[in-house]
Design a protein around this ligand. Structure first.
Ligand code: FES
Length: 150
């Protein structure tokens, strides 16, 4: 869905910087990424300079500034997952999807990202497909998972 600047007219103006992350998350849910137009609207609404918003967005890797694919696959690149085979899983994803981290396929089906700890640490490497976490047990399981996606 395209970002709708009218969204902010339903909110109390000047809510303060403590609402920045939540608003950015809502905008990203609305349009799939955070456009320059949306950054300007958030800036006006919260009275925070655009360059500060961009600084916050660059700190939190969850925020995207480019349109993403229908399926956003995020691989954990933290040492814990790395030690459990996470780097092999990322290499396998790159091979299956024919994408490098940060890229979206031409058909806009997949976006591949990496993130520091997806919050699913354990004995198996973790990936996230849109909002769902998956523990990966093998290359075959990963390939089957990707093949089964809509
Ligand atoms: S270290 Fe990979 S999910 Fe936390």
């Amino acid at each position: 869905m395209k970002f709708d600047a009218a969204y902010f007219s339903n909110l109390t103006p000047g809510q303060g910087p403590e609402n920045l992350i939540r608003l950015l998350q809502e905008v990203q849910l609305m349009e799939g990424y955070i456009s320059a137009e949306a950054i300007a609207a958030v800036s006006l609404h919260l009275r925070i300079p655009e360059n500060k918003i961009i600084g916050v967005m660059s700190f939190y890797r969850q925020f995207r500034v480019k349109p993403a694919g229908k399926l956003v696959i995020t691989a954990c690149n933290c040492p814990n997952c790395h030690l459990n085979g996470g780097s092999q899983i990322l290499a396998e994803l790159e091979n299956i999807l024919k994408l490098k981290p940060g890229q979206t396929g031409r058909d806009k089906r997949f976006t591949l990202l990496t993130e520091t700890c997806l919050g699913g640490c354990g004995k198996l490497p973790v990936i996230r497909i849109n909002d769902t976490h998956h523990k990966i047990t093998s290359s075959d399981q990963l390939r089957h998972l990707i093949d089964s996606l809509p």
